[in-house]
Ligand binder design. Structure first.
Ligand SMILES: NC(=O)c1ccc[n+]([C@@H]2O[C@H](COP(=O)([O-])OP(=O)(O)OC[C@H]3O[C@@H](n4cnc5c(N)ncnc54)[C@H](OP(=O)(O)O)[C@@H]3O)[C@@H](O)[C@H]2O)c1
Length: 298
């Protein structure tokens, strides 16, 4: 089979946040993004308007016929049905960008002679403009056979990313780590900001005040790793402060007490590993936190 390389024509099915961001990054790196098709004409026209020479197709089949390598950047649930509805040809390549899905949704293309892969940017995308900026520096989780392995490894590097290869059986856990960081961290930030109206400030003020802390926490971990980058009253062993937190939550926001307790307990081993907290003090703090967690359950 002719190898895939930087001159292979690329098409996109699905003109959303990831398709739009990835296509811009590929175009900037010199990869030919030649075509796009999406569920709605408006989405594919907007996508194509950002990339000179990119043709928006109404028909998904014409898109597949126009490109040698196709990214299916639809929602996860649509990948299989879309792939199955199309005719693929020998020597073509197709990839989805889902972190959790296996290559199974692309099987019908493989049955027709195409090579299939997963190319997952470990990053949070909510808009094309932000996404195109954030893609550089992202890790890409790749599942691919020999025909696409080198091509996608090089592609990730060319757009400023770091490729890693994943076994199918490890993908769910890999995706959990990404969702904990990209999505559940946003949920945690939303919870933290939701405490602000309880002391007469708005949630918007809260999130604006807390975001610089998210940035600093990320920079500390980036500079020092785990566990040296962890900080706060738990590694310090500040029992008095910890009791104040637990009391305040119990009286003002008991709905968040279990979440706080679980996170605090999950963090204690890292404080001990850092050498900041003795085993004994960690056990003492753990018992206090557990007693509040259990009182919240009753
Ligand atoms: N968002 C993230 O943070 C993120 C991160 C990493 C990986 N991913 C993965 O990237 C993929 C795309 O996610 P996304 O966030 O970019 O989703 P998205 O913004 O909702 O975009 C999905 C696009 O797919 C199109 N589409 C949906 N069903 C279709 C169908 N049956 N036929 C043709 N086009 C269809 C939609 O079309 P219209 O606009 O035309 O309606 C939309 O443009 C998913 O596999 C997701 O798991 C997402």
């Amino acid at each position: 089979m002719r190898p895939f390389d930087g001159s292979t024509p690329i098409g996109f099915i699905g003109a959303g946040a990831v398709g739009g961001s990835l296509s811009l990054a590929l175009h900037a790196a010199g990869y030919p993004v030649v075509s796009v098709a999406s569920r709605t004409r408006a989405s594919s026209q907007t996508f194509a308007s950002r990339i000179p020479g990119c043709v928006p197709y109404k028909s998904l089949q014409k898109l597949v016929d126009s490109a040698r390598f196709v990214f299916v950047t639809t929602s996860d649930d649509a990948i299989g049905p879309v792939c199955q509805s199309l005719r693929w040809r020998e020597g073509q390549g197709v990839a989805h960008c889902s972190g959790a899905a296996s290559l199974e949704p692309l099987q019908s293309a493989v049955d027709q002679g195409a090579a299939a892969a997963a190319f997952h940017p470990l990053q949070a995308f909510s808009s094309v403009e932000e996404g195109a900026r954030n893609i550089s520096g992202a890790t890409f989780g790749i599942e691919a056979g020999p025909a696409l392995r080198g091509y996608l490894e090089r592609m990730a590097q060319d757009i400023g990313g770091s490729p890693i290869f994943l076994r199918p059986e490890d993908k769910a856990l890999y995706h959990v780590s990404g969702v904990l960081m990209g999505n559940l961290l946003a949920a945690l930030a939303s919870v933290a900001a939701s405490l602000w109206p309880k002391f007469d400030h708005t949630r918007d003020e809260g999130i604006r005040a807390l975001i610089p802390m998210m940035g600093a926490a990320a920079r500390n971990l980036d500079a020092n790793g785990v566990p040296q980058g962890v900080a706060g009253p738990y590694p310090r062993g500040d029992i008095g402060t910890i009791r104040k937190h637990l009391e305040a939550l119990r009286s003002s926001a008991p709905e968040y007490l279990p979440l706080y307790c679980e996170l605090a307990l999950a963090g204690l081993p890292f404080a001990v590993e850092k050498g900041a907290l003795s085993e004994e003090l960690s056990r003492e703090i753990g018992d206090i936190v557990k007693s509040y967690r259990e009182s919240g359950e009753s």
